[in-house]
Design a protein around this ligand. Sequence first.
Ligand code: DQA
Length: 146
Amino acid sequence: MKFLIINGPNLNLLGLREPDIYGSQSYAALCDFIGEVCQSEGIEYKLFQSNHEGAIVDEIQAAYKCFDGIVINPAAYTHTSVAILDALKAVAIPTAEVHLSDVNSREDFRRFSYVSLVAAKTVCGRGFEGYREAILFLKDYIENDL
Ligand code: DQA
């Protein structure tokens, strides 16, 4: 099983960026965490981070027939990007959405997610652990053809 793990804008600044909200661990630490989860589950994975909407769309398109699942934290594009939603719909790869913070208990504009319209599951407010939950969910979802 092969997963594409996508992280959107400003997640490369984890650790530095609003640590009271996103924690003090770096993006490199997040990548290590995701790698350990995937390895222990026997999942092949590719990590991709970009601050650019079009680059994320390109990566999703390139995933067609190459990946079994997509785990995505679209960051700010969560709340704005019809293009990312449409790309996920186009490739029809099972998708789980993750947010480090609890987007539902922050500003009103963070409550709506375009990606939630296509995601099989959304995990938010669990920090790095949310990625584990999303990966395990997606593995089970795909294995059991849900
Ligand atoms: C985020 C939440 C988004 O609202 C925000 O724009 C982000 C990160 C999260 O992981 O909690 O950049 O996706």
